[in-house]
Design a protein around this ligand. Structure first.
Ligand SMILES: Cc1ncc(COP(=O)(O)O)c(C=O)c1O
Length: 395
């Protein structure tokens, strides 16, 4: 550790090496150790590594980095965000119950509703924007409260400290999916959360080039239990992708800061457009979670959603827009526009989706690094075309 008090922006760059450069060459980047196994020094003396599923020096550097950034003691790198989430949920046992935010990433919904019940692990969905609703869902066998905030795709905000207090009063753990914020903007462990989870596929890596997941714990004993699951289940991140992720993390401060500034401008623009029915962005004072989010996070982030009148106008908008890619995912250097109904939330049945406010006109916009004036001009021309479609159909 350095004796200079670093900001998180600086730690993004220094954490992976922490002055400990590779000894033979002084390489400024962590080497990629492409080795599944490690020669043991002697018959009965073992080095720090034996087999790369259990530990790999490149993955280790990444795991130490994310643990430091989140203010935890142990970090774990997984093959995907959903591998991190499902591995953490494997801490549960048959007969246990968890309460899950009803606004949750579609893949998390699928794992909780279709895989966990086969192992005797039950769940209840609750509206986490209202802590009383969460409390009503807690049962004597509840072991985990699963938070996602801001949540996907309506950017609903959970009061983290209130849910942590509820969990502690009921002897359960809290897991929090911090994908939208990253540790730069929200540090859930500082607020008492037990396990922080990430789809590092998104802002942490930032270039839409790898699939990766991360988990962080503060409590040593919980960390050992999760480490045991990581090794036993084996959904680890490879050395090459661990390296890419370390590099992505180094530029995240600059990326996220520019994308967030642009997202705020885009949200203001969309909010004033007559065709747009609703803009969901925690940086708008009209957002129902605005005050809570401002208290627990440093910034509203770079993802927003907005509602057009219906599927036809959303389709016309998507077919007319030119700069963003139309794709699943978020958090890349390129702006990514997606249609949650058939993309990220397709795993949720239509009726459940509609109950969660995922309407047919809802679009999610992950703001990249293109010039904001170009993005607004592009949205403007696409909204004009969508408006004409609406007039023609006479909705
Ligand atoms: C909030 C959130 N959590 C988890 C995931 C799953 O991550 P991955 O696709 O890396 O498995 C996603 C993916 O879109 C996500 O948006």
């Amino acid at each position: 550790m350095s004796n200079v008090k670093e900001s998180l922006e600086t730690s993004l760059i220094t954490a992976s090496t922490r002055g400990n450069y590779e000894q033979k060459t002084g390489a400024v980047n962590v080497p990629i150790y492409l080795s599944s196994t490690f020669h043991q020094e002697s018959f009965d003396s073992f080095g720090p590594y034996d087999y790369s599923r259990s530990g790999n020096p490149t993955r280790d550097a990444l795991e130490k980095t994310i643990a430091e950034l989140e203010g935890g003691t142990r970090g774990f790198a997984f093959a995907s965000g959903i591998a991190a989430i499902s591995s953490a949920l494997m801490l549960l046992s048959s007969g246990d119950h968890l309460v899950v935010t009803e606004e949750v990433y579609g893949g998390t919904y699928r794992f909780i509703t279709e895989v966990l019940p086969r192992f005797g692990i039950d769940h209840t969905f609750a509206d986490f924007t209202n802590v009383e609703e969460v409390e009503k869902a807690v049962r004597p066998n509840t072991k985990v409260l699963f938070i996602e905030t801001p949540a996907n795709p309506r950017l609903g905000i959970t009061d983290i400290e209130a849910v942590v207090a509820l969990a502690k009063a009921n002897n359960c753990l809290t897991f929090l999916d911090n994908t939208f914020m990253t540790p730069l903007y929200q540090r859930p462990l500082d607020l008492g959360v037990d396990i922080v989870l990430h789809s590092a596929t998104k802002f942490l890596s930032g270039h839409s080039d790898i699939i990766a997941g991360l988990a962080v714990t503060k409590d040593e004993e919980l960390g050992s239990r999760l480490g045991f699951i990581q090794n036993s289940f084996g959904a680890i991140l490879g050395a090459q992708d661990s390296f890419s992720l370390i590099q992505g993390i180094k530029t995240m401060g600059a990326r996220l800061s520019q994308s967030t500034e642009s997202a705020q401008k885009l949200a203001n623009y969309l909010n004033n457009h007559p065709l747009v029915e609703e803009v969901l962005y925690p940086g708008l004072s009209t957002h129902p979670g605005y005050d809570i989010h401002a208290r627990q996070a440093k910034s509203p982030g770079a993802v927003l959603s907005f509602c057009l009148p219906d599927r036809e106008t959303a389709k016309a908008f998507v077919e007319s827009i030119q700069i963003p890619v139309f794709a699943v995912s978020l958090g890349g250097v390129e702006s990514i526009l997606s249609y949650p109904t058939t993309m990220s939330h397709a795993a949720i049945p239509k009726e459940e989706r509609e109950k969660r406010g995922i309407k047919d006109g809802l679009l999610r916009f992950s703001v990249g690094l293109e010039h904001i004036d170009d993005l607004i001009a592009d949205c403007d021309q696409a909204l004009l075309i969508a408006s004409k479609i609406k007039q023609k159909v006479g909705i």
